[in-house]
Design a binder for this molecule. Structure first.
Ligand SMILES: Cc1cc2nc3c(=O)[nH]c(=O)nc-3n(C[C@H](O)[C@H](O)[C@H](O)COP(=O)(O)OP(=O)(O)OC[C@H]3O[C@@H](n4cnc5c(N)ncnc54)[C@H](O)[C@@H]3O)c2cc1C
Length: 446
């Protein structure tokens, strides 16, 4: 296996020329910093709205988490519906679930509208349970889905063997309207649509400093009435919000294309799924359009590590674990692997906030999941455009930086960032209850 991101390899045959960096000073109505799923989605919301808009991106569009991702488009990210229901109650969970559902719809609509080639494949989600705890997790998810009014199908062990070629899972819950995608190709295609629609795009252009309404880059500057910051791994020199961003590291690998026999051994019914298991540091897998298996996961040690890790042995262990559960695929070769640090917040929900000290600057950060990023970018743009629905403004109480967290960031100095994050993360997933902690809405917060 070589250490290389497969999406960049598969992008080569397509024609996505890099865009030249910004080399002068410009003025626009709206500047978007960051060309990942969030920034791209925000920029697309301004198409045909008559605003002068620019996007600056440090790398290339999708050059960070978006272009490293496995491309699962499912509302589940780090938080399952049952966990959201425990935390926010039935109505709250339903409301929040609408965020990634809308994010997926937005992506699918754009792929259709612009006829984008980005390996979009319909793949139902299959959340599979391991051991006794796994059976409880599946049961809880099914019940939460029913209470919130969403369909799903539960498979017991013997039924599951008909759809997934393993005897090593106890149960699973299945639901639809989920997809696989090459997120890198999607945002790169959308880059072209933005440029054609009159939006100024600059790649290889890093925001180094923000002062009042001006963002300075290495060779130019952008002065804007409104600024949306949708970047990852935020540096403290750029904003104080950097201390609110945490990271969860995961690894991905990609196999040789599956033979017909391999395919049958993985999905005996012929129908393919995107799958992940019920463990805390879960494994996840799905097929690409060329029938390569994307397999991801990590280890308890590396997930919360402050520093990036490239060690092949982590993904080797994930592959070994997968082959132990699917012995018929033990000869399948994996050819490339790559790690990635997912930006997140302490409680795994995104933060979308307007800077109280500089209200023309809006931030969207710590967004886990492509569907969430797709929605949050679009939503933030619509807040600026004044076209967000009134009831959407309730997202404020979930996405504000003033929402309740189990441990404050100040503890970081004593216990360190990884410990603070892992404790908050664990609490948010398994114990936190926020039903009675609704924040008072302040229109200036968004
Ligand atoms: C290995 C891996 C697998 C994943 N798999 C999935 C999955 O299957 N499904 C799913 O839903 N989610 C997945 N995720 C999570 C998902 O990729 C992210 O949640 C999502 O892409 C976040 O999008 P974003 O636009 O907020 O961030 P990013 O994609 O990180 O975009 C931020 C952009 O800002 C740019 N930038 C940073 N600093 C500056 C600066 N100073 N100036 C200008 N630009 C800057 C970066 O280069 C980057 O392009 C995965 C993540 C990883 C790492």
């Amino acid at each position: 296996m070589i250490l290389q991101n497969w999406w960049f390899t598969s992008l080569l045959p397509q024609n996505f020329p890099p865009i030249q960096p910004l080399r002068h000073d410009i003025k626009v109505d709206v500047l978007i910093v960051g060309g990942g799923m969030t920034g791209m989605s925000a920029a697309a919301a301004f198409l045909e709205k008559g605003f002068k808009v620019a996007v600056i991106e440090r790398n290339v569009f999708g050059g960070s988490s978006t272009g490293r991702s496995a491309g699962f488009l499912t509302p589940d990210s780090e938080l399952e519906l049952s966990q959201l229901e425990r935390r926010f109650g039935n109505e709250g969970a339903k409301k929040i679930w609408q965020v990634p559902v809308s994010g997926i719809n937005l992506i699918v609509e754009r792929v259709k509208k612009y006829d984008l080639q980005c390996d979009l494949i319909k793949q139902d989600s299959l959340f599979v349970g391991i051991g006794k705890d796994g059976v409880s997790a599946i049961k809880e998810e099914k019940e939460a889905r029913s209470r919130v009014g969403f369909d799903s199908i539960v498979y017991d062990k013997s039924q599951l063997e008909n759809v997934l070629g393993s005897k090593n899972y106890e149960a699973a819950v299945r639901y639809g309207n989920t997809y696989g995608i090459s997120a890198l190709q999607y945002v790169q295609n959308m880059k072209r649509i933005l440029i054609d629609g009159g939006i100024q795009v600059y790649e290889a252009t890093e925001a180094q400093r923000i002062k009042d309404h001006t963002v300075y880059t290495h060779a130019g500057s952008v002065t804007a009435d409104k600024i949306i910051v949708a970047i990852d791994k935020i540096k403290p020199s750029l904003t104080r919000y950097s201390r609110e961003v945490f990271h969860a590291q995961t690894f991905l690998s990609i196999s040789e294309p599956l033979s017909d026999e391999d395919y049958k051994n993985l999905f005996p019914s012929g129908e393919q799924f995107q799958c992940w298991d019920s463990t805390l540091v879960y494994s996840y897998w799905r097929l690409t359009g060329t029938r390569r298996l994307l397999l991801g996961g990590g280890s308890a040690m590396t997930t919360f590590m402050a520093q990036w890790d490239n060690k092949e042995k982590v993904i080797d262990a994930v592959i070994k674990g997968f082959k132990a559960r699917f012995p018929a695929l033990k000869k399948l070769e994996f050819i490339q692997y790559w790690p990635g640090q997912i930006d997140t917040t302490r409680d795994l929900l995104p933060t979308v906030v307007r800077d109280a000290e500089a209200p023309h600057i809006h931030y969207a950060f710590g967004i886990v999941g492509l569907p969430w990023a797709s929605f949050c970018g679009d939503f933030l743009a619509r807040v600026i455009l004044g076209t967000a629905e009134k009831d959407e403004m309730e997202y404020f109480s979930y996405f504000s930086d003033r929402r309740y967290f189990a441990l404050p960031t100040s503890v970081q100095r004593l216990v360190g960032k990884p410990f603070l994050f892992s404790m908050n993360n664990f609490w948010a997933k398994y114990y936190q209850v926020d039903v009675k902690r609704q924040l008072k809405f302040n229109p200036n917060d968004f």
